[in-house]
Design a protein around this ligand. Structure first.
Ligand SMILES: Cc1cc2nc3c(=O)[nH]c(=O)nc-3n(C[C@H](O)[C@H](O)[C@H](O)COP(=O)(O)OP(=O)(O)OC[C@H]3O[C@@H](n4cnc5c(N)ncnc54)[C@H](O)[C@@H]3O)c2cc1C
Length: 384
């Protein structure tokens, strides 16, 4: 069976690893990504706030040596879901099973003034560049703002505000700074009243201004203010934005999207085209755009492809469960365990924050790097 995986992020890497383990000796698994390697979303915050180096959080795709898996670094230019065929800068690829795991693209230029007067920390280059920006920042009004919905990892802006408090405290600039957080949600984590209450209390204790049900529509560079969708303005000396998200243009042009994202069968992740699946941020499956959900979806698709390759059918179906780690600063991490597609309203239980859960988050990351790259990352993390 020829299996073509587009995108080697959270979803694509998990799928490739599972398929290789189970059917790597018989299947031909091709993974395509335009980037040279993988960086966890949470590693962007680690680099930006000086906790880790850019080198230590980069995992080269060149290191993947898994039975049956071939990685090709190239850009996908067009997708024909009916034929399960794609055209890339390195030629055409045809498959028996096609899986789209191409994530969400970011468009900072969609928000007037963001590129000229602000910064974004959702891309790897944006987050890594902020490390130097923060080093030379000597205090002032900091605004962290979401520009539109949907956006990846809904807890990340809250985590950034808490980590910014720690950073400015460490560098001695907190007393001459304000931190404002602008979010489109009514509470920080809507499915988890407990996590939302804990975050709002943490903001309160640290003097972080919380602006719910708002987005940032523009930055006015002359007045140095962020303009919110209610018409209010917030003065800023340092603006960190969460840019507009959209499906990659090659996906939008494939005819697979409805309202900007790929609809899938929520139980099987199959698109309207038989044998063509989509997982992760590129879908509108109904879970938040986060790596843990992309991973869970990839696991379901893996089960189906493995079963079909053995002329069987898979009994497992997707439930939309994910356990998200939540940085509270000061080395403390909490978890929120939420299930989205059970039929009932999602309810998330919070555990922590604690230093034990911070260790569990490190283990979560290094276990994935071991599974996906056969590389021991734990020593690197421990030594930094
Ligand atoms: C600051 C931050 C913190 C985060 N923290 C967490 C966290 O703690 N936990 C968590 O679960 N999630 C977190 N996330 C979210 C997480 O990173 C994403 O939701 C997750 O990576 C989505 O996985 P994916 O497989 O759908 O897409 P991605 O991981 O984005 O992978 C998509 C891949 O497709 C490739 N691609 C796109 N277009 C093309 C093309 N045309 N040709 C070739 N290749 C292409 C890209 O290069 C990319 O490698 C965070 C995100 C951010 C920004």
């Amino acid at each position: 069976m020829r299996i073509l995986i587009l995108g080697a992020g959270f979803g694509g890497l998990e799928l490739a690893a599972r398929l290789s383990e189970e059917i790597g000796s018989t299947a031909e698994i091709t993974v395509i990504d335009e980037k040279p390697g993988f960086v966890f979303g949470f590693s962007k915050l680690d680099v930006m706030f000086g906790k880790r180096t850019a080198e230590s959080v980069f995992h080269s795709y060149g290191a993947i040596e898994k039975p049956g898996v071939r990685f090709v670094q190239t850009t996908v230019r067009s997708i024909d879901p009916g034929r399960k065929s794609v055209v890339t800068d390195s030629g055409q690829f045809d498959a028996d099973r096609l899986v789209l795991a191409l994530g969400a693209d970011l468009d900072p230029s969609a928000t007037p003034g963001l590129v000229e007067f602000g910064h974004e920390f959702y891309t790897v280059p944006g987050a890594f560049a902020l490390r130097d920006v923060l080093e030379s920042f000597d205090g002032g009004n900091v605004v962290i703002g979401v520009t539109s919905t949907p956006f990846k990892c809904p807890p990340a802006p809250s985590e950034t505000a808490l980590l910014m408090h720690d950073y400015l405290t460490r560098t001695g600039h907190r007393s001459k700074s304000t931190i404002s957080l602008v979010m489109p949600l009514g509470v920080p984590i809507p499915p988890s009243p407990g996590a939302s209450a804990a975050l709002l209390e943490a903001f309160d204790q640290r003097g972080i201004d919380w602006h719910p049900e708002r987005t940032v529509t523009a930055l006015d560079g002359d007045r140095k203010v962020a303009v919110l969708n209610g018409g209010e303005t917030l003065p800023f000396d340092l603006f960190l934005g969460i840019p507009v998200h959209k499906a990659p243009s090659v996906v939008l042009e494939s005819g697979l999207t409805v309202d900007g994202w790929i609809p899938v069968n929520p139980r099987t992740l199959e698109t309207e085209f038989p044998g063509v699946y989509a997982v992760g941020d590129v879908t509108s499956v109904g879970t938040p755009k986060a790596g843990v959900f992309a991973e869970g979806q990839a696991s379901i698709v893996a089960d189906q492809i493995i079963a079909e390759s053995r002329n069987q059918s898979s009994a497992r179906s997707y439930e939309g469960r994910g356990i998200c780690y939540l940085e509270f600063g000061a080395g403390m991490v909490a978890t929120v365990d939420v299930t989205f597609l059970s039929g009932a309203a999602p309810v998330g239980e919070i555990q922590g924050p604690s230093t034990e859960l911070a260790a569990s988050k490190a283990e979560f990351g290094s276990s994935r790097i071991m599974r996906w790259f056969d590389r021991d990352w734990s020593q690197t993390i421990a030594s930094e």
